[in-house]
Design a binder for this molecule. Structure first.
Ligand SMILES: [Zn+2]
Length: 287
């Protein structure tokens, strides 16, 4: 059964580790992530962007697929199904379809409107036991076509949004979605420490987990980050393994063209990436 992200993140914050949010794109992705979480006895959050939801034929299809897998694969670790960077309407559509967690990304609104919309969503989500992530200060890079410039959040605004009763808070601290440029300045730990000071026990979320050096990840966790989003890194691993399979001519040998064979190396590559991240985040054995 799907659970909200609330309990797993409260435990993570208290235990000084982070739970990974791994974004899904299709059946192979979902199965690879769920099997790895179960194998490592780790809680996990499946992230779905609105673009990916559209690609996978809508929220209902995804909820059906994930619930089916939890049962068929005997997944007993805590799993949250979470809308990533949701719009206001998207958050409601995901909640109605059976998502157990939603992010409402109101970071592009003025703070007052972000607060008003976040407040309404929290009210309706908490009535259904659904966790809510809010965002303050746009995160750089590309979010489904929306490009930000690597902003740093205002700790006071973080406190304002945290006090509304969100479950978890995403705050820009110099992190970027996608691949990091060579001249990236790194995470702003000074701001992160201030945000943590203002928001206390609130689990903080680090977006754009791909390519942040391990020691920066660990320092961020020590400063209150309890959820880390990984998307691009699984895509890169999958693409690399699939390319190698084809370049080696394996699709031309025997029944190597069978999608179950063709996609298998990519699935194994996703599993390896997820395992590496869960070990780095410290969530192994914490289910
Ligand atoms: Zn993000």
């Amino acid at each position: 059964m799907l659970v909200s992200a609330s309990e797993m993140l409260t435990k993570a914050k208290a235990g000084k580790y982070a739970v990974g949010q791994f974004n899904i794109n299709n059946l192979e992705w979902t199965k690879a992530i769920l099997l790895t979480a179960q194998e490592l006895n780790s809680p996990v959050i499946l992230g779905v962007s609105e673009g990916a939801a559209k690609y996978m034929c809508g929220f209902n299809t995804i909820v059906g697929m994930v619930n089916g897998m939890l049962e068929t694969l005997n997944i007993t670790v805590p799993v949250a199904l979470h809308l990533d960077h949701g719009s206001y309407d998207g958050a409601y559509a995901a909640m109605n379809a059976g998502f157990s967690s939603v992010m409402f990304d109101g970071s592009h609104y003025a703070i007052d409107e972000n607060i008003a919309k976040t407040t309404q969503i929290i009210k309706d989500a908490s009535a259904k036991g659904i966790s809510v992530e809010a965002e303050v200060g746009a995160i750089g890079g590309e979010e489904d076509g929306v490009v930000g410039s690597g902003e740093v959040a205002d700790p006071k605004e973080c406190k304002q949004i945290a006090d509304l009763g969100v479950t978890m808070l995403a705050a820009g601290i110099g992190n970027i979605h996608g691949k990091y440029p060579a001249n990236w300045a790194g995470l702003n730990f000074e701001v992160l420490a201030k945000i943590q000071e203002e928001t206390g026990t609130m689990p903080l979320v680090l977006h754009g987990g791909t390519g942040i050096p391990a020691e920066m990840i660990q320092k961020a966790i020590s400063l209150g980050v309890s959820k880390i989003n990984v998307n691009t890194e699984c895509q890169l691993s999958f693409a690399e393994a699939t390319r190698k399979y084809i370049e080696d001519g394996k699709d031309l040998q025997g029944k190597g063209f069978d999608p179950r064979k063709l996609l298998a190396p990519g699935v194994e590559a996703i599993k390896a990436t997820v395992k590496e991240k869960m070990e780095l985040f410290g969530s192994v054995g914490k289910a």
